[in-house]
Write a protein that binds this ligand. Structure first.
Ligand SMILES: [Zn+2]
Length: 416
């Protein structure tokens, strides 16, 4: 959360003078700087009230969306904006972040069993998944990753410049159709930032994450499990920090979500032991919308899920109709057929099925990132098929199925 400068400094001295709090401790409270464009004035609070009312109405009117929903896949483009070689992170590192997101938003992360019993019934499978885009805004095949050299060596992270190619950054892909994630170097202790839905210029819509906190490879503890991006995406889908929009509201404001107990703490660089009470109930410090160490967080609540899905359905509707995760294929074949991959990213076995009302016999090939065919076989449509991929190196692959001129392709991510 960012205060407009020089408010953080003033606030620090205010708190230091009146409460004896160390001024530098306040400066360190910024793990995340979501909401760059906010001014916490009366007008903002009025807008917030209206937005929360509309979102609540949507939630009340769409109970089925929250219980019987089809999983939505969000098309992602990752813009790597780098100055030093180590900032130009590998495809493999990017894939580890995609894997984290697809676990955290599907309640498949390893921390779930360790969440305190009192919170277990509140843990949500958010039912959002994320794909690196297969199609760019022009409809051409893409890896979903862009790479741009910047001559900003200090750290372009957290600035507006990162969103503009002519200012040393990289232009967004249409933010109404893609979730744009910029992986950059931040100069200070901040690890990420996010726009909130409906706030700020469209060209700057999306999430920024420091390259040292993106994914689970070549990253720095205690932010080494990809949770900075999970946290920022919470903001992107309309979630506030659990303690509320402002640091100094301590128990007097909150995130507007009923099932996240209000808190006065950020838990920056902390891994507390449950229970800790800062307002009236035990804090849910393992919620992704705290600043807790990566290995000590692991849940969204059902209330947060409802808020995120309402935001998606009302304020980020373009993502629902985006073809960014679409098939790279001629449309006629795609309309008559479909290639479904079960569980992607893949570790040992690539399971897939060709859905076809017409042709039954297809040729399936696994192709590596350089275009080399590493396996192929004849398969039948409408049956579960598999490739054993346990020996192949991690990375990005393509599964191609062909039949008499029809071609279907899906991107496959191999993790080791
Ligand atoms: Zn945040």
């Amino acid at each position: 959360m960012k205060f407009k400068t020089p408010v953080p400094v003033l606030l620090s001295f205010f708190l230091a003078a009146f409460f004896g709090i160390n001024a530098t401790a306040i400066a360190q409270q910024e793990r995340c700087r979501a909401g760059e464009h906010r001014l916490f004035d009366e007008a903002w609070y009025q807008q917030r009230e209206v937005r929360e009312r509309l979102l609540s109405e949507w939630i009340q009117n769409h109970p089925e969306e929250l219980t019987q929903r089809t999983v939505v896949t969000i098309p992602v483009v990752v813009h790597v904006v780098w100055n030093k070689n180590e900032e130009n992170i590998s495809n493999e590192q990017i894939l580890t972040q995609m894997d984290v997101l697809n676990r955290d938003f599907r309640k498949q992360n390893v921390e779930i069993p360790g969440i305190p019993a009192v919170f277990q019934s509140k843990i949500a499978d958010v039912e959002l998944e994320f794909c690196l885009a297969n199609l760019d805004p022009s409809g051409n095949a893409t890896t979903g990753i862009t790479r741009t050299y910047t001559n900003n060596s200090v750290g372009i992270g957290g600035t507006s410049n990162v969103h503009y190619t002519n200012m040393g950054g990289k232009n967004a892909w249409n933010p109404e159709k893609y979730l744009n994630i910029w992986v950059v170097k931040f100069a200070g202790g901040v690890g990420g930032t996010s726009s909130f839905p409906g706030e700020g210029p469209l060209a700057e819509d999306g999430v920024q994450v420091d390259y040292r906190q993106f994914g689970t490879m070549n990253v720095d503890e205690p932010y080494h499990l990809g949770r900075t991006c999970t946290h920022e995406l919470g903001h992107y889908f309309g979630l506030e920090h659990v303690w509320g929009p402002s640091f100094n509201s301590c128990c007097n404001d909150d995130d507007g979500i009923a099932d996240t107990p209000n808190s006065c703490e950020t838990y920056l660089e902390e891994c507390p032991s449950h229970p800790v009470i800062s307002c009236t109930q035990p804090d849910m410090f393992m919620n992704y919308l705290f600043y807790t160490d990566d290995e000590c967080m692991g849940m969204f609540t059902n209330g947060q899920k409802a808020r995120m899905l309402a935001t998606l359905s009302m304020m980020r509707t373009g993502l629902l109709t985006s073809n960014g995760c679409g098939l790279v294929a001629d449309t006629e074949a795609a309309a008559a057929s479909g290639l479904v991959i079960f569980k992607n990213p893949v570790r040992e076995t690539l399971d897939f099925e060709v859905k076809s009302a017409g042709s039954m016999q297809w040729e399936a090939s696994l192709i590596d990132f350089t275009g080399r065919k590493i396996a192929s076989k004849k398969i039948s449509a409408n049956q579960l098929q598999s490739f054993a991929v346990g020996e192949a190196p991690a990375g990005m692959y393509f599964l191609l199925v062909e039949n008499e001129g029809k071609r279907l392709v899906e991107k496959v991510f191999l993790l080791r």
